[in-house]
Design a binder for this molecule. Structure first.
Ligand code: HEC
Length: 228
């Protein structure tokens, strides 16, 4: 065994060590990706002074999210549950319930000539999406004593579809709530993607290392064999 043999073995070992070290560094860079300085949530949470406010915001975000994924033509079907008592078209008449043209964003109990319950009249509510959503879910829970005898729309999706449709029944539809959630989701999706990519990379890399080590030891064996 000449000096050349040991040189070769040494070189193979160094090369392998370098590759292993490099992959290790790379994987740490990819996996331990630093927390972003401003995480997706921060903007929202910072503006909230207490837990209730945070809970409110979370609720709003999820309603906004529901609305953003809602479908107005499915909402039209839901409206059939109301037409025994309500009209939705412009200049529609009051029936058992008040006319609902322009209702989204309007103050509660504001239709002239309709005899509202004192409960609704005194509620001080405005029919923004949040209140409307709660009223449609369980009228008597949001406004105890309301004269609207309707059990409510159980499914959040139905309510969202319906509200999206109802919003258009207006001279000037109010804007939809800003939908902040996708930003947060996108951020975590991206993080997830990066993590997935990283683990694939590492898998591939460790396969690679195994190959390099194998090749190196085969090489070493060959060298030993030729040297003998
Ligand atoms: C059985 C009759 C009936 C049905 C069905 C009904 N409502 Fe009502 N609705 C009423 C009555 C009566 C009121 C007035 C409530 C009060 O004064 O407390 C009302 C009030 C409302 C209000 C408040 C309007 C305002 O001017 O403040 C909204 C919004 C509303 N209904 C939506 C709906 C929707 C949407 C449906 C169907 C999913 C529905 N209602 C089904 C009878 C009904």
């Amino acid at each position: 065994m000449g000096g050349l043999f040991w040189n070769k073995v040494f070189a193979a070992v160094i090369a392998t060590a370098l590759v292993v070290f490099g992959i290790n560094e790379l994987s740490h860079k990819l996996i331990n990706s630093e927390q972003p300085e401003t995480p997706g949530f921060a903007v929202v949470i910072e503006s909230a002074s207490d837990d209730t406010a945070v809970a409110e915001i979370v609720k709003e975000v999820s309603l906004a999210e529901l609305l953003s994924g809602a479908n107005a033509s499915s909402g039209e079907r839901v409206a059939k549950k109301c037409t025994a008592c309500h009209t939705f078209e412009k200049d529609g008449a009051n029936k058992i319930g008040p006319a609902l043209w322009n209702v989204v964003g309007r103050d509660a109990a504001a239709v002239d000539g309709f005899k509202y319950s004192s409960a609704l009249s005194a509620s001080g509510l405005n029919w923004g999406f949040e209140n409307l959503n709660a009223f449609l879910k369980k009228p008597k829970e949001l406004v105890p004593g309301t004269s609207m005898s309707f059990i409510g729309l159980k499914k959040a999706k139905d309510r969202a579809n319906f509200m999206l449709w109802l919003r258009e029944k207006s001279d000037a539809p109010i804007s939809l709530p800003a939908f902040a959630a996708p930003v947060v989701e996108a951020t975590s999706d991206v993080m997830q993607d990066v993590a997935d990519e990283a683990s694939l990379l590492i898998e591939a890399a460790s396969d690679g290392v195994a190959n390099v080590v194998e090749t190196a030891s085969e090489l070493a064996e060959k060298i030993v064999a030729t040297d003998e």
